[in-house]
Write a protein that binds this ligand. Structure first.
Ligand code: ARG
Length: 564
């Protein structure tokens, strides 16, 4: 039952206002002021009456109904008190019947959302900057799936461009097959860094690199086979990380896929009269829109990052007919996306409005921004290992006899990182503080996992595999139990909001709310030693919490071990 809608229905009958408008006005009041509140300030303008008088008037016309226990006017607010028994019964029965599907909806039916995320660069290490894109993208992917959209996850690999020319030169000068085979991406990264150091004193190296890039573009066999080899080595490393995060993609079409698709697009831009020459390069002038020009072709005819993005967007529109195409990168690419989105718009494509860049803030370990070029890279794998080692030490201390200690440590360590990443608005910088992130108390992944494990252990102790939904909700009268049901019931709305705002934190915060509500319920209510019917009803609440925690933590990509 959608309680907000039902309350709005009562107000609609009493006022003739549009029900959707009422829904948008309804608020969740402060503790003790009821469950839903309808403010009358807005009506006061139209009705030319003091809002508190309007509230009185409407309240007097509200029909009696089973699910509302009381209607009270406080100043300009009409406060509704829900019948707890009906509410608890409705929510718990629904969760027990629908299980994981309780949080799903059909809002996105027949619409496709494309998400471009992770997208690391071949032959460069996967650093914690890429972690955010991967984790945020994966969570949005799951959120849109739960909302009923078709979702296409694309890993737009950075597998073409100037870095390959440099890498080939570096490999030929300072690398060896053995070293690359032994140290894979670390070795590629080493020689890449060396290239930059050497090129500072010896700029001709850059000319050599460009020459190799041109060879690659012309299909030179040696250049291409080295390129392919570098790609394979990088993918091996990336896949190791994706496995640990339990992430797969629907498509791995990276930048190189668009090599043969750019010429017609550049032609189209030219035909539409948008291309201009500037210092030998071809650009789209964006001065009118207060932006620097968008570079389309270099003076040597080479294509650029924006050229590939434009070609890729057109390909994706033709291929998937997306409702939205979402790009997840750090905020330092804001201008890049604003520029080429504008080019798509100027080309006359009305779907330019469906391109969405969702930027995120930086990750810090306390020692400044991360850089690939200078070599002070913090590798993703090192971070994961650090968190997992720490989780292992905590488990060793708290629960040394736990089975599958390694698996649990992996789930807790990785989960802690993911949760921390998704706990704040995307745009905020993330500072990884391992002690805080891994604490079992506080607003952390391990706290949520621990709460889940607690629910599992209660059910196990009680010997219930599956509870039946036939409970006597009239026995559940306390505020803490009611609150658990409320938090559960709010999830659908929160998931929808997370999707609309591209913000997984709205889900992660609600998960913490549920954990807090559940732990309060657990502290205040005796489960095992209560009377049969009461015990049955309370266990049903525990079961509902367990189900909802597991299905919502999945939306974040956080695993849920049954024991910790
Ligand atoms: N490979 C890029 C990087 O690591 C990110 C690509 C983002 N996606 C896009 N369509 N431009 O910075």
């Amino acid at each position: 039952m959608d309680f907000i809608k039902s309350v709005a229905g009562l107000v609609a009958k009493a006022t003739n206002l549009d029900i959707n408008e009422i829904v948008s006005l309804i608020e969740i009041p402060k503790q003790g002021m009821g469950d839903y509140a309808f403010p009358c300030f807005k009506l006061s303008k139209v009705m030319r009456k003091a809002p508190n008088l309007i509230a009185e008037e409407i309240a007097s016309k509200i029909e009696k109904s089973d699910f509302i226990e009381e209607v009270k006017v406080v100043n300009a607010y009409i406060n509704f008190y829900i019948n707890k028994k009906i509410y608890v019964e409705d929510v718990i029965k629904n969760v027990i019947e629908k299980k994981e599907k309780f949080i799903e909806s059909e809002i996105g039916k027949d619409k496709t959302i494309v998400i471009d995320y992770s997208s690391p660069n071949i032959a460069k290490p996967f650093h914690i900057g890429h972690l955010r894109s991967t984790v945020i993208g994966n969570s949005l992917y799951k959120i849109y799936k739960a909302l009923g959209y078709n979702v296409v996850g694309i890993n737009y690999l950075g597998d073409w461009g100037t870095q390959f020319g440099k890498l080939i030169v570096a490999y030929k000068k300072w690398g060896s097959k053995e070293a690359v085979e032994r140290d894979d991406i670390k070795e590629l990264s080493r020689i890449y860094v060396k290239f930059h150091d050497e090129a500072e004193n010896n700029p001709e190296l850059n000319d050599e690199a460009r020459a190799w890039l041109v060879k690659m573009q012309n299909g030179d066999e040696e250049a291409l086979s080295l390129w392919k080899w570098f790609c394979e080595i990088s993918m091996k490393e990336f896949n190791r990380i994706y496995d640990r995060l339990d992430i797969t993609f629907d498509s791995y079409k990276g930048e190189s896929f668009y090599n043969d698709k750019m010429a017609p697009v550049v032609e189209e831009i030219r035909e539409k009269g948008l291309l201009k020459e500037s210092n030998g390069a071809q650009i789209v002038d964006l001065e009118e829109y207060n932006m620097p020009p968008c570079l389309i072709l270099r003076s040597d005819g080479g294509t650029l990052y924006p050229t590939r993005d434009i070609a890729a967007a057109i390909y994706r529109k033709n291929h998937y007919d997306f409702h939205k195409c979402i790009y997840i990168t750090a905020l330092d690419q804001n201008l890049h996306f604003a520029q080429w989105f504008k080019v798509i718009d100027l080309m006359g494509y009305d779907w330019a409005k469906d391109l969405v860049h969702t930027p995120f803030g930086l990750v810090r370990l306390g020692d400044g921004k991360l850089s690939t070029r200078k070599g002070h890279v913090v590798l993703m794998e090192d971070i994961l290992n650090m968190a997992v080692d720490k989780a292992k030490a905590i488990i060793e201390e708290k629960n040394p006899n736990l089975e599958n200690k390694d698996d649990v440590a992996e789930a807790v360590g990785v989960g802690a990182i993911i949760f921390e990443d998704l706990f704040n608005s995307r745009i905020k910088n993330v500072v990884f503080d391992f002690d805080r992130m891994l604490s079992f108390e506080g607003e952390t992944g391990p706290y949520a996992q621990y709460t889940y494990a607690r629910a599992c252990s209660i059910l196990k102790k009680a010997g219930v595999e599956n509870v039946d939904s036939d409970i006597n909700a009239g026995l559940i009268t306390d505020e803490a139990s009611f609150n658990v049901c409320k938090v559960i019931n709010e999830f659908s709305e929160k998931i929808q909001e997370a999707g609309e705002r591209y913000e997984p934190y709205i889900v992660s915060r609600q998960i913490i709310e549920l954990c807090k509500a559940f732990n309060k319920f657990y502290n205040e209510n005796n489960i095992m030693n209560s009377e049969d019917d009461v015990k049955k009803a309370r266990l049903a609440i525990v079961y509902a919490v367990k189900t909802i925690l597991s299905s919502t933590l999945k939306l974040l990509g956080v695993k849920t071990p049954e024991q910790m």
